[in-house]
Design a protein around this ligand. Structure first.
Ligand SMILES: [Ca+2]
Ligand SMILES: [Ca+2]
Ligand SMILES: [Ca+2]
Length: 325
């Protein structure tokens, strides 16, 4: 048994401890900074922990999107600091007409069910607690209803926000880290005019060896049938694509393949002007809805052709003729 007085004494000690001990702690923590050297400061930071991650990627989206093709890139998230974290990813900072015509699918490497499958410009997804290593697979393609997408671009950022595991959401407290990575996507047509040869050596279209030609290229990974399509030179002259005009090569263009249409198969003199002209590719009869591709050239030279560099997607240059390759 302890007496009333003893109890008061112990209470006083406890009260003293509550009141005085905090002061003694703060007295230590407010000691002059000069008493601490830089090593001790570093130690303090490390004892708290750091939240830091980085992003690694082999490169921008590979390939171009078309009616049948998508483009992909992988981004690896790497933990750099000592603290575990949760994270979320969003697409932001869009520029270019293609952005609102793209859909996005995001997968965690090795998982079959996508984390996200929807419009690119609405993408914002909480991934959750990070577990090392973590690679995300991003795949963009055209929205099903997209129109007027040919030859467009979209640039955007993927923004990764990380925060401490013990807070439910980013911005609610604790340490955070934000990293972003820039992306660009281009769209191409499935089939394009790839090369135009207006002025062969000597008399144009005197025979196949001196034939003007137009080369098509298939940007996709699927064979395409272009039988019955028409190439117009100017507004009214046209040549149909068939087994005869492709000189035995048929009317299918293999994946990432070429098909050459020889104008000497229809005409015996120059049809492509040896200075400037316009070439159109239609899916059959000439109508705006069936226009696949077109190109106006000027400044032709004998024994040189106009060609996309690289094939299928590049800008037009004047180069040595390369029918079928
Ligand atoms: Ca010539
Ligand atoms: Ca010519
Ligand atoms: Ca070529």
């Amino acid at each position: 048994m302890i007496s009333f007085l003893e109890r008061k004494f112990f209470s006083a000690i406890i009260l003293f401890g509550i009141v005085v001990f905090p002061f003694s702690v703060s007295a230590v923590s407010v000691a002059p900074e000069g008493f601490f050297d830089s090593e001790k400061s570093e130690g303090n930071v490390l004892s708290v922990g750091t939240l830091d991650f980085s992003l690694a990627s082999d490169g921008d989206f590979s390939g171009a999107v078309s009616e049948t093709e998508s483009a992909k890139r992988d981004i690896e998230v790497k933990k750099m600091g000592s603290l575990g974290f949760q994270y979320k990813v969003k697409a932001d900072n869009f520029s270019g007409d293609l952005c609102n015509k793209l859909k996005l699918r995001v997968r965690l490497e090795g998982e079959s069910v996508p984390l996200y499958n929807g419009d690119l410009n609405k993408f914002s997804h909480k991934i959750g607690i990070f577990s090392d290593p973590e690679k995300l697979e991003f795949e963009v393609g055209l929205q099903d209803s997209a129109s007027g997408w040919e030859g467009k671009t979209c640039a955007f950022d993927l923004v990764f926000d990380g925060w401490q595991e013990d807070f439910a959401n980013f911005g609610e407290g604790g340490f955070t880290d934000t990293e972003k990575i820039a992306n660009s996507v281009v769209s191409v047509k499935d089939i394009v005019i790839n090369e135009i040869f207006p002025d062969p050596n000597g008399a144009d279209n005197s025979d196949k060896a001196h034939s003007e030609f137009i080369e098509l290229y298939n940007n996709t990974n699927l064979s395409k049938n272009v039988g019955g399509w028409r190439i117009y030179i100017g507004e009214s002259d046209f040549i149909e694509i068939n087994n005869d005009t492709t000189d035995g090569a048929g009317v299918n263009i293999g994946a990432k393949g070429f098909l050459v249409v020889y104008l000497s198969k229809k005409w015996s003199g120059s049809v492509l002007n040896n200075s400037s002209d316009s070439v159109y590719l239609y899916k059959g009869l000439k109508s705006s809805s069936d226009l696949v591709d077109s190109y106006n050239y000027s400044g032709a030279q004998e024994d040189k052709s106009f060609t996309r560099q690289p094939s299928g997607t590049g800008n037009w240059i004047l180069a040595m003729p390369s029918p079928g390759s």
